[in-house]
Design a protein around this ligand. Structure first.
Ligand code: MSP
Length: 514
């Protein structure tokens, strides 16, 4: 048996101060798309997500809800687990920072840092933003607020410090030697310039509240929530117990994060790991933020986008497709309802939906539903389409590996457009009387193209792709990338059922089409 190559990817773990919104769904969706792709491509995937449950922000949210943080986090963490089902996410594990093993893991990491002389006790005096869970100096403030616009409060307390400043040069060297470590390129430049401008030692414990992991041998302190949170990526592999999973999956292939939390992942986390003498992750990708019809999304504006509502209104696979296709991954994007409807009707209902429905209907009506043989000799037009389909996987894989998800999808839709031009040019419906043998060939070429497209869109639209593959009578065991191209080819002789449209046009709540 061949051993599949491991691939470990992670989402950030989400703060449980609030219910899930589009930002959470977006980050996890990007990972889900990639995880499903990698599995079909023969990798042994470990896809991790979870919840970040400590810190002042969560403690305050619990107080506000009139309950203690533990029961509060138990109930809100569940909302995040419910989202996984709603969005059809295929994560292999879900971690909570309130798990007992995470306490042991984080305390082990702390002790390693301390033993190596990278942590010292001192006093912190400066600003703290609870919303960002981050420290700021006076000079970093903008109009008396954090650069993110979040309010800050003055904090003065005994605190342990991590010697972050010591890691400035090693970090810069690491970025230089590993040019793919931070992406996109523009964000990498920001990180490098931030680190180049000098790093201050980082306060890594707090004493003015207690909702966190106690510092070993000094329980007056709880650990800074970001040290606690980042450690989740290795807790999930039970590194502190020397588990096999850690050997196998660490270092992570990819930490997916939003642009707002890149610094924590590309500066603090690698510094902690270097200091603890543990291997560094291979890549951190920072994606952009969504706005809603041009407006910044915020609770106070009341324009928060609820992923559950999107799925309800537009459909699950439709929502997944739109979020990954609409905006070049890495850039900010604007959620515009008309654009969503446009994508549903044009890319999905027209382009792929009609292609499949037209082809399958012709097979059903003109060939008694019997799948025709794939031609031994291809005509020029056939060969052009099949070559394009056969070349897709390599091209799509290259984009997926760069996290250019929109581009990966665009490439697939290019082949769909080619197939639509092919069907218009060859007009198989007109061949029934004049040249039925040629009609059968054309339909076989189309079925083969649809087979490959359907296999390739499984990671983004698992339910719709499965329905298409079912209609094509492709067995469950013949749906991975090993059978893409000439290795697969549509099998002839079986009889399909009456085809059913897989990609409906968008209907509004009055039942009207758009
Ligand atoms: N708990 C930390 C992460 C710790 S990871 C060790 C955290 N949690 S969060 O719940 O606030 O944010 C999670 C993710 O949601 C971030 O990647 C963030 O970028 C993303 N988004 C929040 N709002 C967003 C949009 N409006 N658009 C896109 N993503 C956004 O940070």
């Amino acid at each position: 048996m061949t051993m599949n190559k491991p691939y470990y990817l992670t989402t950030p773990i989400y703060y449980v101060n609030d219910k899930p919104h589009i930002g959470h769904a977006y980050t996890t969706l990007a990972c889900d798309f990639l995880a499903r792709f990698k599995r079909l491509d023969g990798f042994d995937v470990m896809f991790l997500t979870g919840t970040d449950e400590h810190g002042q922000k969560v403690q305050e949210a619990a107080n506000k809800a009139g309950t203690d943080p533990r029961s509060f986090t138990d109930s809100v963490s569940q909302n995040f687990r419910d989202l996984l089902g709603v969005m059809n996410f295929s994560n292999d594990a879900f971690i909570r920072t309130t798990e007992e093993r995470h306490y042991r893991s984080t305390q082990t990491l702390w002790s390693r840092l301390e033993e190596r002389g990278h942590i010292r006790l001192d006093k912190y005096a400066g600003w703290y933003s609870v919303r960002d869970e981050a420290f700021f100096t006076e000079t970093e403030l903008v109009d008396g607020k954090a650069p993110t616009g979040a309010p800050v409060e003055w904090v003065e307390e005994p605190s342990y410090f991590f010697n972050l400043s010591h890691w400035q040069q090693p970090l810069l060297e690491y970025y230089q030697q590993n040019p793919d470590f931070i992406a996109p390129e523009g964000r990498k430049k920001e990180v490098i310039s931030f680190v180049s401008s000098g790093l201050r030692d980082l306060s890594v414990s707090r004493t003015t509240f207690d909702w966190g992991i106690p510092v070993p041998k000094d329980s007056a302190h709880v650990m800074y929530v970001w040290l606690d949170a980042l450690t989740n990526y290795i807790t999930a592999l039970d590194w502190h117990e020397g588990a096999e999973a850690f050997e196998k999956y660490w270092p992570a292939d990819l930490h997916m994060v939003g642009k707002d939390i890149l610094r924590f992942h590309a500066v603090y986390w690698p510094a902690f790991l270097m200091a603890a003498e543990l291997p560094l992750p291979k890549r951190v990708f920072a994606h952009g933020w969504w706005t809603n019809e041009g407006e910044k999304i915020s609770k106070s504006l009341g324009n928060v986008i609820d992923p559950l509502k999107l799925v309800e209104e537009y459909g699950l696979d439709q929502t997944r497709y739109f979020l990954m296709r609409e905006v070049p991954f890495g850039r900010d994007g604007d959620f515009v309802r008309d654009q969503m409807i446009q994508r549903i009707n044009s890319d999905l209902a027209n382009d792929i939906g009609n292609l499949a429905q037209r082809t399958l209907s012709l097979v059903f009506k003109n060939l008694d539903g019997v799948i025709p043989a794939f031609p031994k000799k291809l005509q020029t037009a056939d060969a052009a389409l099949i070559e394009a389909a056969d070349g897709l996987l390599d091209a799509v894989r290259a984009e997926m590996d760069k996290q250019a998800f929109h581009e990966a999808l665009r490439l697939v839709w290019e082949v769909i457009a080619k197939a639509n031009r092919y069907i218009d040019q060859t007009a198989p419906w007109a061949l029934k009387k004049t040249d039925p043998a040629r009609m059968a060939e054309v339909l076989a070429v189309l079925l083969e193209t649809i087979r490959q497209v359907a296999i390739l869109i499984q990671p983004i639209m698992p339910v719709s792709a499965a329905r298409l593959l079912d209609q094509l009578l492709i067995e469950e065991g013949a749906r991975d990338f090993a059978v893409i191209g000439g290795a697969g080819r549509i099998a002839s002789g079986q009889t399909i059922a009456r085809p059913e449209g897989v990609f409906p046009r968008f209907m509004d709540e009055k039942g009207e089409e758009h």
